[in-house]
Design a protein. Structure first.
Length: 377
């Protein structure tokens, strides 16, 4: 132990010499410079886009044909950002296990003894991240270009399979929800239509608005005739005697018109249809039934269009390929360097510049030596 400490003290004393330090810096820098390029690192990469552009376009067309209601309803199913979901799936342990299984990396006589060691190696060498435009980039670093390329290909296939399964699950969930809601909407529409038809038959109304217009026109004509006869009656009373036949005839006509007006005001239903008084209450009830029918029809149309959109997605989900490959897996032709060696080389050069240039120019070593001298000397 004492000898080791003595040797270490001797080395430290030797490092106080500038030539020794420069020699050490030169040797270490040369070794690190060699390690920057040897063994040569390789980078395999691939760029993919989650989802199928054709399916998205077709679904958009279906949504546009529906006036946009289907797309609005699709937002209720929880679209939380397809690229974030795809990134989490790509980084999941399930995808790593798929890659280990595809490449047969774990097991007796294999590259690794167990799957955990294989996943740890993939975690160190593989990086999955996003780029602008919703692109997923898969990068694999290693000193074996064939292995790096095989890992990248396996990741693309595993991510595609996982996204395909996830897409099928989402489509099945949407299909179940839309089917259940469509059955309910159809039942409500059938009930509303039946109630409206029954109401029309009961009140003999092919169209309540038109019937009300006819009854109002009839009542207006009767009121106009009554006013004319009342003016005529007042004139005859002033010019003719009480036994005048014309006066008696006009009185009978006025009484008849008043009786007709009274019948139109009373809420009755005759062979010609309901009266104005009856139509007032009928119209309000009809408006409520017709409003319920229109609402049920609109809801059913929304779910019908959503069903068409889900059918398109379900058709596309049958395809195994759920990613569009922007840049196929390949090994970069550019020269790569070992980043850890580059970082250490930069550190050694910075230390050399500090100890051999900055410290002597600023007198740092002289002040340190004076501080180390005993007090009083």
């Amino acid at each position: 132990m004492t000898g080791a400490l003595t040797r270490m003290a001797g080395w430290l004393m030797a490092l106080r010499e500038s030539r020794v330090r420069l020699a050490v810096y030169a040797v270490v820098a040369l070794v690190l410079a060699i390690l920057c390029v040897l063994p040569r690192p390789y980078l395999a990469r691939a760029k993919i886009v989650p989802g199928d552009a054709g399916a998205s376009s077709l679904a958009s067309v279906v949504g546009a044909l529906g006036g946009g209601q289907a797309q609005n309803l699709a937002a209720l199913f929880g679209d939380r950002g397809a690229i974030e979901v795809a990134l989490q799936l790509a980084r999941s342990e399930a995808v790593a296990n798929d890659v280990v299984r595809k490449l047969d990396l774990a097991g007796p006589g294999k590259r690794h003894a167990d799957a955990r060691a294989a996943r740890l190696e993939l975690g160190r060498k593989v990086d999955v991240h996003t780029l602008l435009g919703g692109i997923l980039e898969i990068e694999t670093r290693g000193h074996d270009p064939a292995f790096a390329l095989a890992v990248t290909n396996a990741y693309v296939a595993a991510i595609s399979e996982r996204l395909s399964g996830y897409g099928r699950d989402q489509v099945a969930r949407k299909r179940r929800i839309v089917t259940e809601r469509m059955e309910t909407a159809q039942a409500k529409l059938t009930g509303a239509q039946a109630a409206l038809d029954t109401f029309r038959r009961k009140n003999q109304l092919p169209d309540p608005q038109a019937q009300l217009g006819v009854q109002l026109t009839l009542r207006t004509n009767l009121e106009a005739q009554l006013q004319v006869k009342q003016v005529e009656l007042a004139t005859l009373r002033e010019t003719a005697g009480p036994e005048n036949p014309r006066l008696l005839a006009v009185q009978r006509q006025v009484a008849s018109l008043r009786e007709q007006l009274a019948r139109t005001a009373a809420p009755t239903i005759s062979a010609a249809g309901p009266s104005v008084g009856e139509l007032t209450g009928i119209s309000l009830q009809y408006a409520r039934l017709y409003r319920d029918y229109l609402f049920a029809q609109a809801v059913y149309d929304v779910y019908a269009r959503s069903g068409e959109e889900v059918a398109v997605q379900e058709m596309v989900a049958q395809d195994r390929l759920q990613v569009a490959i922007v840049d196929p897996p390949h090994v970069d032709s550019e020269r790569k360097f070992n980043t850890w060696a580059v970082a250490l080389l930069a550190f050694v050069l910075a230390m050399a510049a500090f100890t051999e240039l900055y410290a002597p120019l600023t007198g740092l070593w002289g002040r340190a030596a004076r501080d180390d001298e005993p007090n009083g000397r």
